[in-house]
Design a protein around this ligand. Structure first.
Ligand code: PGA
Ligand code: ZN
Length: 397
């Protein structure tokens, strides 16, 4: 049983405050987890409260429901108590940031009690041995960097990598090569919130550079490296059209544009190609290119099983991004993963632009056999997850 929950404000990778939770059990188990935070958040996400408010509300409503009553090892019980304590659909009472930090910390305490690694506790004895391919953000802009590309993320996808370690190092090599190519062209570049290069170039030049870097590194490492995109189209959408600086695209033009990009660059992955309520547009694009690329809903689905169900019914996409803090608990995230998998949708476990050294998502990806994880390429809060995957791979094989 849980004997104590403590909550504090700590720093995230942007220097913003975020919620950290410690969960202790009567038998001496301990777990600590920290909530991440988005910048290009979907309008249907669970609510993130200012950390001070989230902590105060969770101390008042959630902690008394957990302590001395709930078992840390029973994740469904923990997460049901959090939902009961909050009482709203979108965690607006205690904040999804408090909820997800406590949910993840309880999972770690439950694993600690068993003396098992978190992925094993979450995945159980019938877990497979699939490791996720890391999608690595190498160039980006949008809400993650000012005056950079309109497309939010260009993601290296080392689909041919023989191991998660080789995949992670390949992504780092693509990141470095992109940096070299930018320097050769005399283009200065800082890094955005997720560590990707954020040069002031057109999207078309970014495509050229990323394609060249992926090819160059693929040649060096001897396996296939594709790439993909997070268009984060809700951020470009003005209610009538998608605005790319001087260029404006109607929804139909946007579908044509993305389908052409998939063909021209042989893209493996496209996230949020259309705005967050356009199920029909997602369905039209999926019908055109869904056999060639993953069409992934992030802001469309927000890790919400009901929204995913609608997508499954309409054929809107063939993949879902999974961010536990979009929905507030690990149980709800696992529900979305399981619903996706049962219906042929590929789950992609994901970080947020505001991150911490927490590694829960690496364990969640291994536990659920998710084929992909999107967790950046460089920077300590990103490599924390990649390095954890490398360690788990050593442990698990
Ligand atoms: P966010 O962006 O964490 O800023 O929402 C990540 C994404 O859109 O995938
Ligand atoms: Zn996204």
């Amino acid at each position: 049983r849980i004997s104590g929950v403590s909550l504090r404000r700590v720093l995230d990778s942007r220097g913003n405050p975020t919620v950290e939770a410690d969960v202790l059990t009567v038998s001496g188990g301990f777990g600590r987890a920290t909530a991440p935070s988005g910048a290009s958040t979907g309008e249907h996400e669970a609510i993130e409260l200012p950390p001070n408010e989230a902590i105060a509300a969770a101390r008042k409503h959630a902690v008394p429901r957990l302590v001395e009553t709930v078992h840390a090892g029973n994740q469904r019980e923990v997460d049901a108590a959090l939902r009961g304590a909050d009482g709203t659909e979108e965690f607006s009472e205690i904040g999804a940031n408090s909820a997800v930090a406590i949910s993840m910390a309880a999972a770690k305490a439950g694993a600690d009690v068993l003396g098992a690694p978190l992925y094993q506790h979450l995945g159980g004895a019938f877990r497979g041995d699939q490791f996720p391919v890391p999608l690595g953000n190498v160039v980006g802009g949008g809400e993650h960097a000012a005056d950079a590309t309109h497309i939010q993320e260009f993601l290296a996808a080392p689909v041919g990598a023989p191991s998660v370690a080789e995949a992670a190092f390949a992504n780092a090599a693509v990141h470095e090569t992109v940096g070299d190519l930018l320097t050769e062209r005399g283009i200065p570049a800082a890094k955005g919130d997720e560590g990707a290069w954020a040069p002031a170039i057109d999207d078309s030049e970014a495509f050229e550079i990323v394609a060249a870097a992926c090819d160059q590194v693929a040649e060096e490492v001897g396996f296939d490296i594709s790439f993909g995109l997070d268009i984060a189209a809700s951020e470009l959408w003005d209610g009538d059209a998608y605005q790319y600086g001087e260029t404006s695209r109607s929804p139909e033009e946007q579908i044509d544009y993305v389908a052409e990009l998939v063909h021209e660059y042989d893209l493996a992955y496209v996230e949020d190609p259309l705005e967050e309520n356009d199920y029909e547009g997602f369905a039209a694009l999926t019908e055109r290119v869904g056999s060639e690329a993953l069409i992934c809903g992030d802001d469309l689905f927000v890790t919400n099983t009901e929204r995913l169900q609608q997508g499954i019914e309409q054929g809107a996409g063939n993949s879902i991004l999974i961010k536990p803090n979009q929905i507030g608990t690990l149980s709800l995230a696992v529900d979305a993963i399981e619903t996706a998998t049962r219906n042929g949708f590929t789950p992609v476990i994901s970080h947020r632009s505001g991150e911490t050294e927490d590694t829960t998502i690496a364990h969640l990806a291994v536990a659920t056999g998710a084929p992909f994880i999107k967790t950046g390429t460089v920077g300590g809060e990103r490599t924390a997850k990649l390095n954890e995957l490398i360690r788990i791979a050593e442990d698990a094989v």
